[in-house]
Design a binder for this molecule. Structure first.
Ligand code: S0N
Length: 274
C-alpha cells in the first residue's frame, strides 16, 4: 500500500500546482494532456513558485514534478514554438526556461526531481539541473533536439556531460534515443529507481531526511558543488554564502555597531585563527 501524502495549496496558478507538506514544497506542471510540455506561462509560474520557495524560511526542500504519472515534462510546447522562442499571450517569443534552470541551480535549498514517465527534451534538462532525481520504474529519459530542430548547449549539454561523461552525453544528444529508468540509474543520471506507486512516499522520505540536516551546511555544499563548475557565477554564489555566515559573527557585527555608534571598531578581541 502506498502512503497518501497531504499537500496544502500555497498559491493558485493556471498551469502548475504549488503545494506544501511540512517543510517540503512541491511544484508540479499540470498539463498532463501534452505530457507536461511547458509554455512561457508554465515557466513564468514555476519561476514565481521557485522565488517563493527561496523566500519562505519554513521551506527547506523543493520537489519538482509533473502531474498524471505518465510524464515529468516533455519540454517546450511545440504548438506554441514560434519565430525565436515559445510564444505566450503577449505574442513575444521567449526561451524563459533558461531562467528557470539558473534558478533551480542557485536556489540555496535542495531541489529534487520526482520523475514518473517521460523526461524528454527541455523536460530532460530540467531534471538534469535538479540536485537529485528520484525515478519511477516507468520513467523514460532522452533528448530530442536534433530530431525536432532545437538544442540546449548550456546546462543541457555541459552539465549533462559532467553527470554522465562526455561520450554518453554526446550519444544522448546525437542519437536522440530513449533510456529506461534502469539504464538511467546505470549511467548515473538518476539517484534511485522505485516502483511508481512508491514514488511520492520515497521522495517525501528523502526530503524528510534532508530536512533533519543542517540547512546552512546544505546551502554551503550546494554552492560549493556548483562553484567548481559555474565560474564567476558559482564563486559569487559561494562567496555570498560566506558573507551570510560572516554577518552572523560577532566580529562582523562589531564593524556595523562601530559605524552606527560613530566610533572606531575594536577588532582586537577577535582571534586570528591559524
Ligand atoms: C514524449 C513522447 C516521446 C511521448 O510519446 P507518446 O507516448 O507516443 O505520446 P504522444 O502521443 O506523442 O503525446 C501525447 C500528447 O502530448 C502531446 N505532446 C507531447 N509532447 C509535446 C510537446 N513537447 N509539445 C506539444 N505537445 C506535446 C502530443 O502531441 C500528444 O497530443 P495529442 O494527443 O493531441 O496528439 C512524444 O510525445 C514526444 O516526442 N514529444 C515531443 C518531445 C520534444 O521534442 N520536446 C521538445 C524538445 N525541445 C525542447 O524542449 C526545447 C527546450 C527549450 O525551450 C530550449 C532550451 C534551451 C535552449 C533552446 C531551447 C529551444 O527551445 O530550442
Amino acid at each position: 500500500m502506498s502512503e497518501k501524502i497531504d499537500w496544502t495549496p500555497i498559491k493558485e496558478f493556471k498551469e502548475i500546482l504549488f503545494t506544501q507538506h511540512g517543510g517540503i514544497a512541491k511544484i508540479s506542471i499540470n498539463r498532463p494532456e501534452v505530457h507536461n510540455a511547458f509554455t512561457p506561462l508554465t515557466v513564468q509560474e514555476m519561476i514565481e513558485a521557485m522565488h517563493i520557495c527561496r523566500d519562505r524560511t519554513d521551506i527547506g526542500v523543493v520537489v519538482f514534478t509533473g502531474e498524471g504519472g505518465k510524464a515529468f515534462c516533455s519540454g517546450g510546447d511545440q504548438s506554441v514554438r514560434g519565430h525565436g522562442g515559445y510564444v505566450g499571450e503577449d505574442a513575444v517569443p521567449r526561451l524563459n526556461v533558461l531562467d528557470l534552470q539558473k534558478l533551480i541551480r542557485s536556489l540555496p535549498k535542495p531541489v529534487i526531481a520526482m520523475v514518473a514517465g517521460w523526461a524528454i527534451g527541455g523536460g530532460h534538462v530540467l531534471h538534469v539541473v535538479c540536485d537529485l532525481t528520484i525515478a519511477a520504474d516507468n520513467a523514460r529519459f532522452g533528448q530530442t533536439g536534433p530530431k525536432v530542430g532545437s538544442f540546449d548547449g548550456g546546462f543541457g549539454a555541459s552539465y549533462l556531460a559532467r553527470v554522465v561523461g562526455q561520450k554518453k552525453a554526446r550519444e544522448i544528444w546525437f542519437l536522440c534515443d530513449q533510456y529506461d529508468a534502469q539504464e538511467a540509474l546505470d549511467m548515473g543520471l538518476v539517484n534511485t529507481v522505485v516502483p511508481l506507486d512508491k514514488l511520492e512516499e520515497t521522495t517525501v522520505a528523502w526530503c524528510n531526511k534532508i530536512l533533519q540536516r543542517s540547512p546552512l551546511a546544505l546551502r554551503m555544499l550546494k554552492s560549493s558543488l556548483n562553484a567548481e563548475l559555474d565560474g564567476q557565477a558559482g564563486i559569487q554564489e559561494l562567496a555570498g554564502n560566506a558573507t551570510l555566515l560572516y554577518y552572523l559573527s560577532e566580529e562582523a557585527k562589531e564593524g556595523r555597531n562601530a559605524f552606527i555608534e560613530k566610533r572606531q571598531p575594536d577588532f582586537d578581541k577577535y582571534p586570528k585563527f591559524p
